[in-house]
Write a protein that binds this ligand. Structure first.
Ligand SMILES: C[S@@+](CC[C@H](N)C(=O)[O-])C[C@H]1O[C@@H](n2cnc3c(N)ncnc32)[C@H](O)[C@@H]1O
Length: 323
């Protein structure tokens, strides 16, 4: 396979947003797109880097069904669809993947699904989305700003203990209690800057050049909670696997240990026979496993790391449906 071109795209608002797709060559190889006329799903269109590379592998009769929950990503996908009839676009969450696939009559007939989870660079880089402590903006963090409560509404109303638990669980932040207390004392918070300042006052800044910003873990935790990311991932992996044809593959790229642990466990449950109590007779149907791990975890090589620091934390796992 030749190396796919790196995409640049123009969002609906006319701003040029770049997103370098991670592990692009590895992902396309892992999906093993051998059914050129088949239907594939890109559940995380983003700016379409992986999607374009998937389309490039297909014949005129193949298609990619693209999903994203973010309206800006969907606007870019709709623009691509104007010149790419093999693309179908749906604004949907992972948890709705099975419904979308069923609406097309393709349950059990999908040849490959990609989930490149987490946030895109355009989401992080757009101050108005409120995802990053690096840009001053409203404290929002919703991937779909038309749904649910934003980060400010939640942080300004939740109990201190609930906030502490979320920062602990989804940020693995040791100082979660101190940070939650400071957040409650500083309420109301309306901007990313305000939250970053409150957190920074509770967490000593590392003094090495590579040290992370003190608010990194708290921002990650709030974002995961606001978008229900881990539950979405769990439901999405199940829905994606169930949509596959025998021989079809599911590739998931995750960006932090909480996500990767969840993918690893879900793949293990799909690819290993359940451990049954010794006394019970084992029936054949109980030893049939529906999946086969295609490889161990795949990580970016040095040349990708040199050109795309975001790839540092990316892990690709792939499972194939065998039954
Ligand atoms: C890392 S980016 C994907 C980038 C894409 N592969 C590319 O090459 O441009 C992740 C995308 O997944 C979307 N996303 C994250 N969680 C989602 C979910 N639960 N349901 C649907 N889309 C989701 C985000 O809105 C974001 O656009």
């Amino acid at each position: 396979m030749t190396k796919p071109a790196q995409p640049q795209s123009v969002a609906a608002d006319g701003t040029e947003h770049k997103h370098l797709p991670v592990l692009l060559v590895e992902t396309i190889q892992a999906l093993s797109i051998s059914k050129k006329d088949g239907a594939y799903v890109d559940a995380t269109f983003g700016r379409g880097g992986h999607c374009r590379a998937m389309l490039a592998e297909l014949s005129d009769r193949g298609r990619v069904i693209a999903l994203d929950r973010d309206p800006q990503a969907i606007a870019v996908a709709e623009n691509l669809r104007i010149v790419e009839p093999r693309l179908q676009v749906f604004q949907a969450r992972f948890a709705e993947l099975d419904t979308v696939v069923a609406s097309l009559g393709l349950t059990g007939a999908i040849q490959g699904v990609l989930m490149d989870v987490g946030v895109s660079s355009p989401q992080l880089d757009d101050p108005d989305r409120g995802f990053s402590f690096r840009h001053a903006g409203p404290l929002d963090m919703r991937m779909d700003p038309s749904q649910g409560v934003d980060a400010a509404q939640w942080l300004n109303s939740a109990d201190e203990e609930v906030i502490a638990n979320i920062i602990w669980r989804y940020g693995e932040e040791r100082r979660s209690r101190r940070i939650a207390k400071a957040i409650v004392a500083a309420r109301p918070l309306h901007t990313t800057e305000a939250l970053a300042e409150v957190v920074a006052a509770c967490v000593p800044r590392g003094n090495t050049k590579s040290a992370k910003h003190p608010a990194t873990k708290t921002f990650q935790a709030v974002r995961i909670f606001i978008n229900d990311e881990l539950q979405e991932l769990q439901r999405g992996v199940q829905a994606a696997f169930e949509s596959l044809a025998v021989g079809g593959r599911l590739a998931v790229i995750s960006f932090h240990s909480l996500e990767d642990r969840q993918v690893k466990q879900a793949f293990k449950a799909l690819s290993q026979p359940p451990v049954l109590p010794r006394r019970l007779p084992v029936q054949n149907s109980q030893t049939v496993v529906p999946g086969r791990l295609v490889s161990g975890p795949i990580r970016a090589g040095q040349s990708e790391l040199d050109s795309n620091p975001r790839a540092r934390s990316a892990t690709l796992r792939v499972i194939e449906r065998v039954a």
